[in-house]
Design a protein around this ligand. Structure first.
Ligand code: 9WN
Length: 449
């Protein structure tokens, strides 16, 4: 692919999002992450997508959020996938509706079949970006009207994550499946996953669909996939209830990026609350509490970064992954942790400099098991770097922020809107025409260095 000018890159990103828009029969419509690999609506993708749509088609951004939150469960959980088709009628993605069986489990099923797990709550931030970029009085009025609908649903989502998912009892949300982190195959989960037996017979019963459209060397292994299925099945077998004893959940982890995004959502809600006549105070308090607990429980002074805590063993995972740098997005992160994260980001493990040529990898560059093309085990993701860029700006680091901005835009300029990028040369890996790469590129181009 030729290196694109800014105008060409902008057009490519807009076309990618246009091609991935899907009008659904219920009239709502949404953007799919990818027409081939992920042909439905995904939760945190919808948030990142709306952030870019705020720059070109805000009404569509609000529709994406509306589609997702119309499938919110009564307990406040926002499912990680909203399916386009009714139960069992399509097999383009596994696990589909007939695996998750949301309609059998819920007393009041939402408008669509969904999965039963969640993803990081980036949606309040997306709503704030849509609101703050509303350019004229009509757009602002539309945003206010949309917020009156969305704000209570965002609050319910936060309540679900902060209470029902507080399995560790300290006030952080736990994840019950690696897919809930959004960084599915990250080495951060290896230790916790090793305790889950890999039952290969599950792959005789269920067929992976991802390998039909992407290369085996880029995707999680069969052993990990069979663990993913077993963990999801266990959660389903308890009706996706979150109040059982810990042993019920084969995987029970506190993820630093997930909880940083949870606290970030409270900050965004504090901005949005006055727009709908609500009190921002409780949101600010919760943001501060989560930030404090995150530092207490997930920061390791020995490594100078954040790590996931396995609630079964009460141990922090030793590996260093990009998710452990994401708490940098938090405005109230104490100076000591900000300094430590900057030092870690600038170490040979993540390679941040003011002259960097490629954005930060998903995994420690010095780790012997880094794989430059396999899913979350080394390659570069635009959404994680976009979060870090926001964190660098938040903490007064314009030199690093601008360098990272340049590296992100140049990588997509050279490779196109791929799902992720090769650790060492930035070539595109995974599925092409990936929505959040397109949308966050639009955000970056709209916010020059
Ligand atoms: C499982 C859709 C999703 C992203 C995740 C990414 C990947 C799914 C998969 O794709 O996960 O949810 O099948 O691998 O890891 O972050 O939301 O783009």
């Amino acid at each position: 692919m030729n290196v694109l000018t800014n105008e060409q890159l902008w057009r490519l990103a807009v076309t990618t999002l246009d091609n991935n828009w899907r009008q659904t029969t219920d009239g709502l419509g949404h953007t799919v992450p990818s027409r081939t690999l992920y042909p439905h609506q995904w939760s945190w993708d919808a948030g990142f997508i709306a952030i870019g749509l705020a720059r070109i088609y805000p009404a569509r951004g609000w529709r994406d959020l509306r589609s997702l939150f119309s499938a919110q469960w009564d307990d406040g959980r926002v499912p990680h996938i909203v399916f386009d088709w009714p139960d069992g009628q399509d097999d383009r993605y596994f696990p589909g509706p007939d695996f998750w069986r949301s309609s059998e489990i819920l007393a009041a099923p939402p408008r669509a079949a969904t999965s039963g797990i969640v993803q990081p709550p980036v949606h309040a931030l997306a709503a704030w970006e849509l609101y703050r970029h509303a350019a004229d009085p009509a757009a602002r009025a539309h945003a206010v009207e949309r917020l009156h609908w969305l704000y209570p649903r965002l609050v319910a989502q936060q309540r679900y994550l902060s209470t029902r998912r507080n399995a560790g009892g300290a006030g952080l949300a736990c994840i019950v499946h690696p897919w809930e982190s959004g960084q599915d195959n990250s080495p951060a989960w290896d230790a916790a996953l090793a305790a889950v037996p890999a039952d290969s017979s599950l792959l005789d019963r269920y067929q992976r669909r991802d390998l039909a459209v992407s290369h085996e060397s880029h995707r999680p292994t069969d052993a990990d996939y069979s663990r993913y299925i077993a963990i999801a099945q266990a959660y389903r077998s308890y009706g996706y209830a979150d109040n059982g004893p810990g042993e019920r959940y084969p995987f029970l982890v506190e993820c630093p990026a997930f909880n940083a995004i949870l606290a970030g959502a409270e900050h965004a809600l504090a901005e949005l609350a006055p727009v709908v006549g609500a009190d921002p105070g409780p949101h600010r308090e919760r943001a501060s509490q989560i930030t404090e607990t995150l530092v207490d429980r997930l920061f390791d002074p020995a490594t100078g970064m954040f790590h996931a805590r396995d609630l079964h063993t009460d141990q922090l995972t030793p590996v260093r992954t990009v998710g452990g740098l994401v708490p940098l997005i938090l405005p109230e992160l104490p100076d000591d942790q900000v300094k430590a994260l900057l030092m870690e980001a600038c170490s040979p493990r993540f390679g941040l400099t003011e002259q960097l040529s490629l954005p930060l990898p998903s995994y420690d560059l010095t780790a012997p098991d880094l794989d430059p093309v396999r899913y979350w085990r080394g390659p570069i993701w635009l959404n994680m770097n976009w979060l870090l860029w926001r964190g660098l700006r938040e903490h007064g680091q314009p030199g690093f922020a601008d360098a990272l901005h340049r590296a992100m835009v140049d990588m997509v300029r050279g490779a196109g809107c791929f799902e992720y990028f090769h650790t060492y040369d930035g070539t595109g890996v995974g599925t092409a025409e990936f929505s959040w790469t397109a949308s966050l590129t639009l955000d970056l181009l709209s916010e020059p260095e």
